[in-house]
Ligand binder design. Structure first.
Ligand code: PNS
Length: 163
């Protein structure tokens, strides 16, 4: 039985994340989607909301578990008996840092990192860019899962000024 971890901040989940998790769920028996909790960095969405949006977006997959982790990713992998981390590689820009982390993670606990080539439809996507586009009024339909759209727009739309 092969268990893997798909880690990330998922603030919020994008269609690029969903594509990688779907493909991991076909390769592995069990996929743990680990939402990193970083006490030093606040995101747009609370971690509970990120998990809720992930759950709604991954409802069609039956071999995944969505949960939070803090501390080292390799410790989380060991705690879940996961032999590999699965990550998407969008372009060469991702490669240097991802390779560095993969090598460090392997050095720490011998966990392997499997890189999945991102679907070219989503290779320009990142959660940060999505938030920037929405904050300036751009349309991201088709780039994030449907359940994410309304909460994202609501979170980034400034309140109406009082009359
Ligand atoms: O979605 P992100 O923000 O690109 O995900 C980054 C993440 C969570 C995969 C990375 O920051 C991570 O693995 N954090 C856990 C802490 C850790 O293990 N650091 C050492 C990495 S070699």
């Amino acid at each position: 039985m092969l268990s893997v971890v798909c880690p990330g901040s998922f603030d919020p989940v994008t269609n690029g994340h969903v594509d990688i998790i779907e493909r991991a769920s076909k390769l592995a028996d069990q996929v743990f989607v680990g939402v990193m909790v970083n006490p030093n960095k606040s995101g747009l969405f609370e971690v509970d909301t990120r998990i809720d949006l992930l759950a709604q977006s991954l409802d069609h997959l039956d071999n995944i578990t969505i949960e939070t982790f803090s501390g080292l990713l390799v410790d989380y992998c060991q705690a879940r008996g996961a032999r590999a981390i699965v990550k998407g590689l969008r372009a060469v820009g991702d490669f240097d840092y991802e390779l560095q982390m993969a090598q460090m993670n392997h050095r720490l606990t011998e966990v392997d990192t499997l890189f999945v080539a991102t679907n070219p439809l989503y290779s320009f996507l990142s959660s940060s860019l999505i938030k920037e586009v929405v904050a300036f009024g751009g349309d991201v339909e088709g780039l994030v899962p449907a359940p994410v759209l309304a909460p994202l727009v609501a979170a980034l739309t400034p309140p109406e000024p009082l009359p």
